[in-house]
Design a protein around this ligand. Structure first.
Ligand SMILES: *[C@@H]1O[C@H](CO)[C@@H](O)[C@H](O)[C@H]1NC(C)=O
Ligand SMILES: *[C@@H]1O[C@H](CO)[C@@H](O)[C@H](O)[C@H]1NC(C)=O
Ligand SMILES: *[C@@H]1O[C@H](CO)[C@@H](O)[C@H](O)[C@H]1NC(C)=O
Length: 329
């Protein structure tokens, strides 16, 4: 467990004194896990178990970022990206058949931002193909990995403009502004994400420092995916009352709550992040309405089409009404 998660029994402040140190460990954890979860039978169980954990936490719909790695069998044969996406689709269908209260999953195909421009162009080509072949499960495309040490979106502008040039739809869900460095190339990612027509902004921690970008995202209804526990563990903010999302929330900027990598943080599901947002961002003024708004936002700013959103909202409303009456507030 010590090799596979960031969790520690000791004082995390002394175990992880800097962002560089914790990011180093974070990336090592992914490497340590790689060969385990990319073995076909484990890959299937691991994803099914992930769905079960979120379902137990009362999550009814998810949009998951996935690298869609090559998956192996013990005879040495391997499966390609399309197989991996199809497996996500098959297991999601199996899960929703077993638990009809679960609405489903859509996948955001990702690639590590450490790659070069030609590799990125190939990944975007692949993403366009997957978007065409798996329109139900495929939500779009994003880049993952530490923004501070990776290449900025601007470096990849040619590859990322391919869909628009060809008149092909490939929605983007860019990580942008997961940084406290101001004025660096990477700090420009927020503006570039919006210029590239991102549908949401992953993290957007630096958004307050970019008032023009913030106006744009608000006008276009581009929600910020706020990950409270992740930002705290990865040392962007210590006290969540100082999290920029507290300001975004008071300004009614579109935002949703996400748990990023709960398994890595020794957490699970989404409730802990909702709790932190509730207590940290809203303070004494948080109330049942804050939770309701945040839950509705998760559907409103999802990649579901309007008809699916309506259906998901009706299902959610029924469960919300039950929750309120059972708890007799
Ligand atoms: C597991 O952690 C130990 C101690 O930090 C380290 O020496 C070792 O290389 C790690 N193993 C893997 C597979 O990451
Ligand atoms: C880009 O990276 C790939 C390996 O991922 C390498 O084969 C290729 O030569 C690189 N291209 C350039 C232009 O550096
Ligand atoms: C972004 O949207 C604008 C307006 O619809 C369009 O002109 C432009 O080509 C798009 N750019 C990209 C990279 O998708």
């Amino acid at each position: 467990m010590a090799n596979m998660t960031l969790f520690t029994d000791q004082d995390p402040e002394s175990v992880y004194p800097s962002q560089d140190l914790i990011w180093g460990k974070f990336e090592q954890c992914f490497l340590a896990l790689w060969g385990l979860v990319t073995y076909a039978p484990v890959f299937r169980d691991y994803y099914y178990q992930g769905l079960a954990q979120f379902y137990t936490d009362n999550v009814m719909y998810m949009e998951v970022r996935a690298l869609l790695p090559e998956i192996y069998e013990l005879d040495g044969s391997t499966h390609d990206t399309a197989w991996t996406l199809k497996t996500y689709q098959d297991i999601t269908r199996q899960f929703t058949a077993e638990y009809p209260e679960f609405f489903g999953v859509r996948v955001i195909f990702t690639i590590h931002r450490g790659v070069n421009a030609s590799k990125m162009a190939r990944a975007v080509e692949e993403a366009m193909k997957l978007q065409r072949d798996f329109p139900d499960i495929m939500a779009g495309f994003d880049l993952v990995g530490r923004e501070d040490s990776g290449r900025p979106l601007w470096y990849f502008r040619d590859a990322l403009s391919l869909p628009a040039e060809r008149g092909v739809t490939l929605p983007y869900f860019f990580h942008a502004g997961e940084t406290d460095l101001e004025g660096t190339e990477v700090d420009q990612n927020l503006l570039d994400a919006l210029l590239l027509n991102t549908s949401r902004i992953g993290h957007g921690f630096a958004l307050l420092r970019h008032p023009v970008a913030k106006d744009l995202s608000r006008k276009r209804g581009v929600a910020v995916e706020v990950c409270p526990i992740s930002n705290q563990v990865m040392k962007l903010v210590k006290d969540l009352r100082n999290h920029p999302a507290a300001t975004l929330m008071s300004e009614n900027h579109p935002l949703v709550i996400s748990s990023d990598d709960p398994g890595m943080f020794g957490s699970s599901g989404l409730s802990y992040d909702f709790y932190e947002a509730f207590v940290g961002f809203g303070g004494m003024r948080s109330n049942l309405g804050s939770l309701k708004e945040l839950a509705i936002n998760s559907i409103r700013y999802s990649s579901l089409n309007p008809k699916q959103q309506e259906k998901a909202l009706a299902l959610w409303q029924r469960r919300w009404d039950n929750f309120v009456s059972e708890n007799a507030f």
